[in-house]
Design a protein around this ligand. Structure first.
Ligand SMILES: C[S@@+](CC[C@H](N)C(=O)[O-])C[C@H]1O[C@@H](n2cnc3c(N)ncnc32)[C@H](O)[C@@H]1O
Length: 277
C-alpha cells in the first residue's frame, strides 16, 4: 500500500466521518475495502486507494466511509442504560412535560435501528400513561444503507436473540419466513434520517433525551467535543444525554454534568460559567 495514498485516505475518512485511522489500522482498511475493490473491478485495495487520491466519484467515497464504519448494534445494548431510561429519566420527564404532553427522543448514530426500537418498546410499554401524548423517536446515522435496514425493521434470528427477551420478541415482532418483522405500532412511532454528527444538530429541533452510544469511541477528542457540544444545543435544559459504557464527557467538555445516581447519563450543565471554564 502506497504511504501517500494511505495518508490521503485516512485524512479523507476523518474529515467525512470523524473516524480516526492510524498506520496500525492498515489491515482493517485492507479487509474492509477488499470487497469494494473487487466490485469496482480493481486489482486490489492499493489500486482503490490510488484511485481515490487521484479523484473519485462522491458515491465511491461514500461507499468507503460506510465500509470503514462499525455498524455493530443490538437490542437493549448493555441493559443498564435502558433500565435507567425507563426507571429514572422517563418518570421525571413524564412529570415535567405534563402541560405540553410531548416527548422527543433522538438516537444519534443509530446504525441498523435496534437502539431506536428498544426505546420505542419501552415507551409503548408505558401503555395508557402516554395516551394523548405526542411522542417522537428519531434515529439518525451517516450511512444510508444501514438506515435502509433500520427502516425495513427486519431482523434475523441471530439479531433478535441479541438482547431481546422471549416476551418482547413475541409481543413486538412477527415471524416472516426466516426473519422477524418489527410491529407496525413501533414503526409508526419512529423515524429515520440521514445525519452526520460532524455537521452539528441544526434543523433537528429540541430533544428531551438523546442517546449517542458507541460512536464517540471512534473519534479524537477534538471531534468528540465538537459532537457533544452540537448535541448539547439540541437537548432541553432538563433533558438527558445517554452515552455508551466506554464513553464519557469527562476531560472532553463541560457542557454536561453527571445525572446524580445514574451512571453514563448526563444533563446539560446549568451554570454558564462552569460550561465555558
Ligand atoms: C457501533 S454503531 C452504534 C450503534 C448504536 N448506537 C449502538 O450503540 O448499538 C456506530 C454507528 O455510528 C455511525 N457513525 C459513525 N460516524 C458517524 C458520524 N460522523 N455521523 C453519524 N453517524 C456516524 C456508523 O455509521 C455506525 O452505524
Amino acid at each position: 500500500m502506497n504511504e501517500l495514498d494511505f495518508d490521503h485516505f485516512c485524512r479523507m475518512i476523518r474529515e467525512r466521518s470523524g473516524l480516526v485511522l492510524t498506520p496500525d489500522k492498515a489491515y482493517l482498511v485492507s479487509s474492509r475495502l477488499e470487497p469494494l475493490a473487487r466490485s469496482e473491478k480493481l486489482a486490489d485495495v492499493a489500486a482503490l486507494l490510488s484511485q481515490l487520491r487521484k479523484g473519485a466519484p462522491e458515491a465511491l467515497i461514500q461507499q468507503c466511509v460506510d465500509a470503514l464504519a462499525t455498524h455493530e448494534s443490538y437490542f437493549f445494548r448493555d441493559g443498564a442504560p435502558f433500565e435507567q431510561f425507563a426507571s429514572t429519566v422517563l418518570p421525571a420527564l413524564l412529570q415535567a412535560r405534563q402541560s405540553t404532553r410531548t416527548l422527543r427522543v433522538w438516537c444519534a448514530a443509530c446504525s441498523s435501528g435496534q437502539e431506536v426500537y428498544s426505546v420505542a418498546m419501552i415507551l409503548q410499554e408505558l401503555g395508557h400513561r402516554l395516551s394523548g401524548w405526542k411522542v417522537e423517536v428519531l434515529g439518525t446515522d451517516m450511512s444510508q444503507p444501514i438506515l435502509s435496514k433500520a427502516r425495513a425493521g427486519l431482523y434475523s434470528d441471530f439479531e433478535v436473540k441479541r438482547g431481546l427477551s422471549e416476551a418482547r420478541l413475541n409481543r413486538w415482532f412477527k415471524a416472516e419466513g426466516p426473519v422477524w418483522k418489527v410491529s407496525p405500532v413501533l414503526q409508526e412511532m419512529v423515524q429515520f434520517r440521514t445525519h452526520n454528527l460532524l455537521r452539528g444538530s441544526a434543523g433537528l429541533g429540541t430533544f428531551d433525551v438523546i442517546f449517542c452510544r458507541n460512536v464517540l469511541i471512534y473519534f479524537d477528542v477534538e471531534n468528540k467535543r465538537r459532537i457533544l457540544e452540537g448535541i448539547g444545543s439540541a437537548l432541553a435544559p432538563d433533558g438527558a444525554l445517554i452515552l455508551g459504557s466506554a464513553e464519557t464527557v469527562l476531560g472532553v467538555t463541560r457542557a454536561f454534568e453527571n445525572m446524580p445516581g445514574a451512571r453514563g447519563i448526563y444533563r446539560p450543565t446549568p451554570d454558564p460559567i462552569a460550561r465555558s471554564a
